[in-house]
Design a protein around this ligand. Structure first.
Ligand code: PLP
Length: 382
């Protein structure tokens, strides 16, 4: 929902563009950080969800750390003023250059995903006269019941280290003098709305931490990753995820020793609902048995529908006509450039302004210039 003043502002601007409601972002962070405090948990914001300067600055000012998945994200987190001792770095394919960036930055920990990676981090850190703090990203073989392209914790996924490798990994770490094992890391997928998944994950973590304990390895940091989903269907009614239930389930199920710190890596849950992609209708054309509303925003601006069959709520902000069905499509030369099929919208005409909601996460960061299209700019509520 946008107020009249905001809508008037939209009318003066060239479309498409991203619009961010910073007061919603702050409200979300208020609730999130209050929950963290309650349990003395730590959070590292997943930069890949949205890396706009203004958004990073606000999140950093709330005291969150940064979760990075590339050397450039590590560099950006450092440049944006995130505390290096709160920066974590995951990824199955860290290049030597990226590892060196992170070593130079003295980050909190590398979330390591394979034995050869640990060996390379050890070599590079030895050469630089450093001691790298590493954590093991574990593949806990849990199905997050989310879209297969955003499931990361099943045994067939490329991410993490599986249980049958634990002995080899421990042997590798024992033979490496320039790395120290400080934690275990788990991230099983994204847009997880079934909180049972986090309960299952907590129980699996207890088991795995116990297994390391039995092998004589003390785990001081447990990182549960991100993945908490948001309500794409009813963003206005449900703008902030149920952080309270999420953390309370984990608090109840996850076993914690006094010497252990618990970490999270939220991305989508923090930034998705504060962003909308604002677009104008270029044409309405008749197809066979359907009407197409053709927008000036396309899959190059917001690729989630084409990439993950994701569905975003779409509002016509300038029509209150009779409801009709539309296929809402973009201008890009791909049939997958489609935001919705058979969607009920108030009668829609050329020039109408539409909002594609819940686009703050994995929206603008994934934008590209396919078809030589311009990148959509961003505007803020403040
Ligand atoms: C993407 C990612 C996250 C954030 O996931 P969300 O679903 O956006 O919360 C956290 N940790 C890692 C390692 C990731 O790759």
């Amino acid at each position: 929902m946008f107020d009249v003043k905001t809508l008037d502002r939209f009318k003066t601007l060239e479309t498409p563009f991203y619009f961010y409601d910073l007061s919603l972002l702050k409200k979300t962070l208020d609730l999130y950080t209050a929950e963290l405090k309650k349990y003395n948990y730590h959070a590292h914001y997943a930069l890949k969800a949205n890396a706009n300067d203004k958004i990073l600055e606000i999140i950093k000012d709330y005291g969150l750390g940064a979760d990075c998945v590339s050397g450039n994200e590590v560099a950006l987190a450092l440049k944006s003023g995130f505390d290096p001792s709160k920066i974590v770095y995951a990824g199955v394919g860290k290049s030597d250059r990226e590892i060196i960036t992170a070593l130079n930055g003295d980050i909190f920990t590398f979330n390591c995903e394979s034995i050869p990676e640990i060996e390379i981090i050890n070599q590079l850190s030895e050469k630089m006269g450093k001691k790298a703090s590493i954590s093991l990203r574990i593949n806990p073989d849990i199905d997050a019941h989310t879209h297969k392209y955003i499931s990361t914790g099943r045994s067939q996924d490329k991410f993490g280290i599986s249980h049958w490798m634990f002995d080899d990994v421990i042997n590798t770490i024992n033979s490496c003098s320039s790395v120290t094992l400080t934690g275990l890391h788990f991230h099983v997928g994204s847009q997880i709305t079934d909180l049972n998944v986090f309960e299952m994950l907590s129980l699996r973590i207890n088991e795995i931490v116990g297994r390391f304990r039995d092998k004589g390895v003390r785990i001081e940091n447990i990182n549960l990753g991100g993945g908490l989903g948001i309500d794409y269907k009813s963003p206005d009614e449900n703008p902030i995820p149920d952080f309270s239930s999420y953390f309370s389930i984990i608090d109840k199920k996850l076993h914690r020793e006094p010497y252990q710190q618990i970490h999270f890596e939220p991305g989508r849950a923090i930034v998705a609902q504060c962003g909308s992609l604002i677009t104008r209708v270029l044409y309405v054309k008749m197809g066979k048995g359907r009407k197409f509303a053709i927008l000036d925003a396309g899959m190059n601006d917001l690729i989630r529908p084409a990439l993950y069959q994701a569905s975003h709520k779409i509002d016509n902000l300038t029509s209150s006509g009779r409801s009709m069905r539309y296929d809402v499509v973009g201008p890009v030369c791909e049939s997958s450039d489609k935001f919705a099929s058979n969607l009920m919208l108030p009668e829609t005409k050329r020039g109408d302004i539409l909002a594609i909601k819940s686009a703050g996460a994995y929206g603008q960061v994934m934008a590209m210039r396919y078809n030589q299209r311009d990148l959509a700019p961003e505007y803020y509520s403040e």
